[in-house]
Design a protein around this ligand. Structure first.
Ligand code: ADP
Ligand code: MG
Length: 349
């Protein structure tokens, strides 16, 4: 892992100019999807989606707020910037098809650094069969800004909104929770040690899983495929970007329902538990309030229980209740605790 490393400046951005830079970074991208009529190179991209609903989502990532250049490899950052947008489309039970990427770049970044960022974006686009169809490039006086817009398609009648959960529906989550947050805590700890002593070598060994979940999260395209193959349409869905507690509250509030989830059912990886022990944090706290896991949280009708009960990538963690807006956690010793929404809020200190 090439983190904590000085990104030696090679080619000055100003020596290239905007048009040559755009050419350099977009050269390896090819449009492959049939819905892309025209990609990069005109005033607009041209797309066609006959008989589909069009899904659009956008994210803005700001250096110093959403990522830290001290420990974030640019290739991972590029991958993550694209993947978190794909995740929003999957969270609607849709398929991402195109992205645009807009950058505001400080002059301290080299051409090579921006190409690394795009190598990550290219990898994500290839893995998810998405076309890069445009963007904008400008300079920044301070931080690096990355804005990604994703366009996707959904089948009419099969889009999963946050508002569709019904009383008695099962609550499901993909993969495991809390890993990304523990990765972040380790990176922050090593950064603090490195600041105190710049000659130190960061100690990241043994934590590869949680670090990978933080630096290069994956969007759960596989879950959408599995559900489709099983003919299951989630009644509601959301991706876990702010922690389970916050996402449960979003579904409950938007659907006008409550929920009960069981502590012993919440999936947490053994590597996350080891990291939690190191930091003296309860694994449930990491899962509930950590965030950036980019797993899918969704509800399904009871009639779909047989179809999903044996899918290893999916855990059934609870059910929807009538008690409006009240999210309950049933602990391992059978106590009921109300779940507070403490998700990450970028305006809160
Ligand atoms: P305009 O003057 O219309 O803004 P630009 O010269 O900025 O056009 O961009 C030329 C082409 O390159 C357009 O198709 C635009 O969408 C694309 N583009 C510009 N910047 C980026 C970028 N950072 N990533 C991907 N495509 C880009
Ligand atoms: Mg432009």
């Amino acid at each position: 892992m090439d983190i904590f490393e000085d990104n030696t400046k090679v080619t000055d951005l100003n020596s290239l100019g905007e048009f040559k830079l755009i050419d350099e970074i977009t050269r390896d991208f090819q449009c492959r999807d049939k819905s892309t009529y025209k990609g990069i190179g005109d005033d607009c991209a041209v797309l066609e989606y006959p008989d589909k609903e069009v899904l659009i989502s956008t994210d803005l990532l700001v250096e110093g707020v959403h990522f830290d250049m001290v420990y974030t490899p640019l290739k991972h950052l590029g991958y993550k910037s694209a993947a978190v947008n794909f995740s929003d489309i999957y969270a609607m039970n849709g398929t991402p098809k195109q992205i645009t990427v807009s950058l505001a770049i400080p002059s301290r970044f080299s051409v090579e650094a921006i190409k690394e960022l795009y190598a990550g974006i290219l990898q994500a686009c290839k893995n998810h069969h998405v076309d890069l169809v445009g963007g904008d490039t400008t300079s920044s006086l301070s931080s690096l800004f990355i804005s990604v817009t994703v366009i996707g398609e959904g089948e009419k009648g099969k889009i999963a909104y946050r508002s569709g959960a019904q009383v008695n529906d099962l609550i499901c989550v993909s993969g495991n929770l809390g890993a990304s947050y523990m990765g972040l805590l380790i990176l922050e700890r090593e950064k603090a040690a490195w600041k105190a002593n710049p000659n130190m070598q960061p100690d990241l060994s043994g934590n590869e899983y949680v670090l990978g979940r933080c630096l290069r999260p994956e969007a759960r395209f596989d879950i959408i495929e599995i559900l489709k193959a099983k003919n299951v349409v989630p009644t509601a869905m959301i991706d876990v970007s702010d922690g389970l507690a916050s996402e449960l509250h979003h579904i409950c509030k938007n659907s006008g329902v409550g929920c009960a989830i069981y502590e012993d059912k919440v999936p947490i990886d053994p590597a996350t538990i080891i990291a939690c022990n190191d930091f003296n944090i309860s694994p449930m706290t990491a899962a509930m309030n950590g965030g950036e896991d980019y797993e899918l949280l969704f509800t399904v009708s009871q009639k779909d229980y047989e179809a999903i009960k044996d899918i290893p990538q999916i855990s059934i963690i609870g059910h929807i209740t009538e008690s409006k807006d009240v999210a309950l956690l049933i602990t391992k010793d059978n106590k009921e605790v109300e779940i507070k929404a403490q998700g990450w809020d970028s305006f809160r200190q």
